[in-house]
Design a protein around this ligand. Structure first.
Ligand SMILES: Nc1ncnc2c1ncn2[C@@H]1O[C@H](COP(=O)(O)OP(=O)(O)OP(=O)(O)O)[C@@H](O)[C@H]1O
Ligand SMILES: [Mg+2]
Length: 180
């Protein structure tokens, strides 16, 4: 697997460095470079994962023109639901230009169990027409701690880390199952 870090804050590649991970990565941020380099990079690995920038920009469009699958994490708050539907709009534009791809899905992230907002979010998101994954990632301190610890939830101990790891495993399986 190869990670392309397209976020100006470089959080995913800084995290990989902190973990001393063996996973290769490239920092590519300009829309032109993303558009031109993703195809060649894809040819050299089994999976290429692009961490997109915050907000919607030309870089996001470039990524959507070159990838098979777009995954949109969404927090169950009004403002995040709005951003998710803006992201879905960009995805639809790319699907129209490319006559099909990228496939897309939304999943709920940082959800708090048993809140009314969560159920409302799921029903609102399903109206966007993009599938909502059944996997939900809940809000947990241990997830917030991973970056600072230079670790993943699989490296950290305790029940909360194990539960978070299970949620991420379910999410990854669901995402891999969508790949063409
Ligand atoms: N499940 C979770 N539980 C608790 N904190 C979380 C969880 N997921 C993410 N966070 C925290 O929320 C913050 C933003 O998370 P993250 O960087 O993954 O979001 P992002 O969507 O990539 O944001 P951006 O759009 O700014 O790149 C981080 O501080 C992270 O630790
Ligand atoms: Mg990010």
């Amino acid at each position: 697997m190869l990670l392309v870090d397209a976020d100006a804050q470089r959080s995913s590649s800084i995290w990989l460095e902190a973990m001393e991970s063996q996973m290769p990565y490239e920092v590519i941020q300009s829309p032109d470079d993303l558009l031109e380099r993703i195809p060649d990079l894809t040819a050299g690995c089994d999976h290429l994962v692009v961490d997109g920038p915050a907000g919607l920009s030309e870089a996001t469009r470039a990524i959507l023109f070159r990838t098979d699958l777009a995954i949109v994490p969404c927090q169950p708050t009004g403002v995040d639901l709005r951003s998710a539907s803006d992201a879905v709009r960009l995805i639809r534009q790319a699907q129209s230009v490319r006559s099909g791809p990228p496939q897309a899905a939304v999943f709920l992230s940082r959800a708090v169990k048993g809140t009314k907002l969560l159920d409302e979010a799921i029903s609102l998101l399903s109206k966007t027409g993009v599938p909502v994954l059944s996997s939900v990632i809940h809000q947990r301190q241990v997830v917030a701690d991973t970056f600072g610890q230079g670790a993943t939830v699989w490296d950290l101990s305790g029940r909360s880390a194990t539960e978070a790891a299970k949620e991420f495993e379910k999410l990854f399986k669901e995402i891999l199952g969508m790949l063409p």
